[in-house]
Ligand binder design. Structure first.
Ligand SMILES: [Ca+2]
Ligand SMILES: [Ca+2]
Ligand SMILES: [Ca+2]
Length: 489
């Protein structure tokens, strides 16, 4: 918001040669009429002309702060002058005054940073103004501090709270069952009290939660009971669905459509039918899907989706596909457990099915358990190891004669698809570098031996390169290992 500006009327009273007082009467109008020069103050001349005030939010602990940046043009020609200052205000209250000493003469543009701690501030609108010793009033306009709306205390329904909210506000929903179809068309955070007890029920029809705004947080809800979509995210960027329970649906648990940078984390999606979808991601790139329990006839379906990461999920197919990729490229699928219910209805059940020109996907450190067909690759070129380690396949029958945890025979999927480094036991912990089911001193020794090496170094050990940055064994790898030190499978 830009300020409306003001007209400043000075009453100059010269006492001696250099003392100035003035009365200020801010009036909204054309700021080009602002009077700033005081050339009459010979020999001292200081002009600090405010050009702009901007605000930016910084999320810190314990709460967000707002930076108020006052940009001003400073011109001075003085012998030695310390009465010059810059000040910013919120609702007329000063955030402090910055004083400076200026010497000699000069001219430059400067920015002063005022930090407003908003952690204890009530939500609402606040007027931001600024001043300098020669520019007594500059109005920037209002900043909004996020408000929290409580359902049902203040609004009887979730939709009513959304309708009342502004961008970036919080909506807290107490435990209860809400029979609603919610449209989230603002960038708000929707937070349930407890995910098992804060329930949005679709009464068996329609899309229950439809998210069309960017950067929506939706967390701690149960969404249940529809024959359409439980949660439908479309044309949204950066929305985050976190720690929800999605159940009793037919056809889709979560469907993201044309929604880049969507994050799905720690959700439980319970599909019950052989032909429903747990999570479907279509035309949505750079998504992160991690820590979820997902089941469904097609548990996870990536469709025309690029450069996304699917990691640390438990994926349980109740029908045809644990994971299906169609027209999807450059995705990473790692550290997932991929199971299949016995294929009682559909005749064949796949752990992963990659089809329709999907290429360049990297699949490693996953555990494929007892799927009728563990992986189907259609001869499309994808990668089934990271160049060092591959996946665990429950039907692998190769040998590990040197006991390093890797089978000596590749796991062949088809002519273009081979896991060159299959794991003979399930993958369980990145810190277990030697795959002996314990994170202990032997793993520490390995990582120390390889410390600070890259692939061209003689002491390089790819098994130690467990986290980003890849291609370097550094403190990040050590910390991840140390984090699980002492753990056993
Ligand atoms: Ca081996
Ligand atoms: Ca170990
Ligand atoms: Ca690394």
């Amino acid at each position: 918001m830009r300020g409306l500006g003001s007209v400043i009327i000075f009453t100059l009273l010269l006492i001696g040669m250099s003392t100035v007082t003035y009365a200020i009467q801010p009036i909204r109008g054309d700021r080009s009429k602002d009077i700033v020069a005081n050339e009459t103050l010979s020999p001292d001349f200081v002009s600090a002309y405010i050009h702009d005030v901007t605000t930016s939010l910084e999320e810190t602990i314990p709460g967000p702060v707002i930076h108020i940046y006052v940009t001003y043009e400073l011109t001075w020609d003085v012998l030695d002058y310390s009465g010059y200052w810059v000040e910013a205000y919120v609702n007329g209250t000063s955030l402090g005054r910055k004083t400076y000493i200026v010497l000699g003469s000069g001219h430059e543009f400067l920015t002063a940073d005022f930090v407003w701690n908003t952690s204890e501030v009530e939500g609402g609108l606040y007027l931001v103004t600024a001043a300098t010793s020669t520019f007594p009033y500059y109005e920037d306009g209002y900043v909004r501090i996020q408000q929290t709306f409580i359902v049902p205390d203040e609004y009887p329904t979730i939709q009513a709270a959304i309708n009342a909210a502004n961008e970036r506000d919080f909506i807290f929903v107490r435990n209860g069952t809400y029979y609603e179809h919610v449209v989230v068309n603002k960038s708000v955070s929707l937070i349930g009290e407890a995910r098992e007890a804060t329930i949005i029920d679709g009464s068996g029809i329609g899309d229950i939660v439809e998210i069309t705004a960017d950067r929506v947080l939706f967390t701690e809800f149960t969404v249940r009971n529809t024959t359409n979509f439980c949660v439908f995210v479309h044309n949204s960027t950066g929305t985050h669905l976190r720690h929800n329970i999605i159940e009793n649906f037919y056809d889709y648990g979560i469907y993201t459509l044309f929604s880049n940078n969507t994050m799905l984390t720690d959700n439980t999606v319970i599909g019950q039918h052989w032909n429903d979808f747990g999570v479907r991601v279509t035309g949505s790139n750079c998504c992160i899907i991690t820590g979820n329990d997902i089941s469904g006839g097609w548990a996870l379906f990536l469709h025309r989706t690029y450069n996304s990461t699917v990691m640390d999920n438990v994926i349980f197919a109740k029908g045809t596909y644990g994971i299906r990729f169609s027209w999807s490229h450059g995705n990473i699928l790692a550290r997932n457990d991929i199971y299949n219910a016995t294929a009682t209805i559909s005749e064949v059940a796949y752990g992963i099915w990659i089809s329709y020109s999907s290429t360049g996907n990297t699949i490693y450190h996953n555990n494929f358990y007892n799927n009728t067909i563990q992986a189907h690759g259609h001869n499309l070129i994808n990668f089934w190891d990271n160049g060092c380690e591959g996946n665990y396949w429950s039907n692998y029958n190769g040998s590990d004669s040197n006991g390093d945890g890797l089978g000596e025979q590749p796991y062949v999927i088809d002519g273009n698809n081979t896991d060159h480094y299959p794991l003979v036991d399930p993958y369980w912990n990145p810190g277990d570098i030697n795959h002996d089911f314990t994170v202990d001193i032997f793993d520490v020794v390995l990582i120390c031996d390889a410390y600070y090496s890259t692939p061209i170094d003689p002491n390089w050990n790819c098994h130690c390169d467990i986290v980003e940055p890849y291609g370097l064994i550094d403190l990040f790898d050590v910390v991840v290992m140390a984090d699980s030190y002492g753990e056993e499978y």
